[in-house]
Design a protein around this ligand. Structure first.
Ligand code: CP
Length: 313
């Protein structure tokens, strides 16, 4: 694998999921593979799981890890031809080349503004690193995609499914803040790659990018959508058409024990209790969010392994 910015970079998803499950059973099997290789992780935004699980994954492979909170560093310029006489101190052209000299792999987290749709869709920060870095780049959640999370979710579903083609529903839930579309986008992409009876439920106005969902059933009645589900994946996102806006905080969309029924409850975390989902779900056996978070390590580990193997070939 040359990079991992989108789940399309996974050449054989079924095999990669199986390999991640094997790595989970024997995480130190390849502890020599990453010796004298360095992962540099650049964070433009906060993280708990991505930061710790990706570092753990790299260390399981014997890699060295360096982490930079970019907001503690020089403010970067991403536009070309700009007269940099305001508050940006360093251009991405220099920064990406410099970091590449310290790193064998660069991983980047950079959320969208949710204010400038064309700029967000262009995924400028991540794609600038891909363009100017001379080493492979991993997406740790960009403006439009969170492929490490989606691979984690597919691993978790594979571990827990009790039928070949489970019914999986992605449900919008309320949230007090405007949130990005990246997790939902990558989950939708992943559901087209695995054997699943997949649908989406959300209030009107919360349609995701139509290109992404063109072959997927959308049900506006949440209760109806969730009937007989095997997995309910819950996530808030802001409006895509009325870009970045909160159109509804309707509490009746919160996930309850009654609505989840016999399904497994999934969420990428962090999650707001009793806003997105009630305590009775998170504190029950229906919730698999802790197992999901654990699988972040093995999703990252299989991706790092594939990239290192490609470096050495
Ligand atoms: N799910 C996820 O990406 O968690 P963090 O934002 O804590 O990294």
């Amino acid at each position: 694998m040359k990079k991992y910015t989108n789940i399309k970079d996974l050449e054989n998803i079924t095999e990669i999921i199986k390999e991640a499950i094997q790595l989970k059973k024997n995480p130190y099997l390849y502890e020599e593979l990453g010796k004298h290789k360095t992962l540099v992780m650049l964070f433009f935004n906060a993280s708990l799981r991505t930061r710790l699980s990706t570092e753990k994954a790299a260390k399981n492979l014997g890699m060295d890890v360096m982490v930079l909170n970019v907001n503690d560093s020089w403010k970067l310029e991403f536009d070309n031809g700009t007269m940099m006489n305001f508050n940006t101190a360093e251009h991405i052209k220099e920064a990406a080349q410099v970091v590449s000299q310290y790193a064998d792999i660069i991983a980047v987290r950079a959320f969208p503004s949710l204010k400038d749709k064309p700029k967000d869709i262009a995924d400028a920060v991540l794609n600038s690193f891909v363009k100017y870095a001379s080493v492979p780049v991993i997406n740790m959640e960009s403006a439009v995609a969170h492929p490490l999370q989606a691979l984690t979710d597919a691993i978790t579903i594979e571990e827990l499914k009790t039928k070949k083609k489970p019914k999986i529903v992605l449900s919008w839930a309320p949230h007090p803040k405007a949130l990005p579309h990246a997790v939902a986008n990558s989950f939708v992409n992943m559901m087209s790659e695995i054997d699943a009876n997949f649908s989406i439920t959300h209030p009107k106005g919360y349609e995701l990018d139509a290109q992404l969902t063109k072959n997927i059933p959308i049900e506006y009645n949440q209760k109806k959508a969730l009937q007989n589900a095997d997995f309910v994946y819950v996530k808030n996102w802001s409006s895509y058409s009325d870009y970045g806006k909160i159109l509804s905080k309707d509490p009746s969309w919160m996930l309850t024990k009654e609505k989840v029924g016999t399904a497994k409850f999934m969420h990428c975390l962090p999650v707001r209790r009793n806003v997105v989902v009630e305590d009775a779900v998170l504190d029950s056996n229906a919730s698999v969010v802790i197992q999901q978070a654990n699988n972040r390590t093995f999703a990252a580990q299989v991706v790092l392994k594939k990239i290192i193997e490609n470096l050495s070939s």
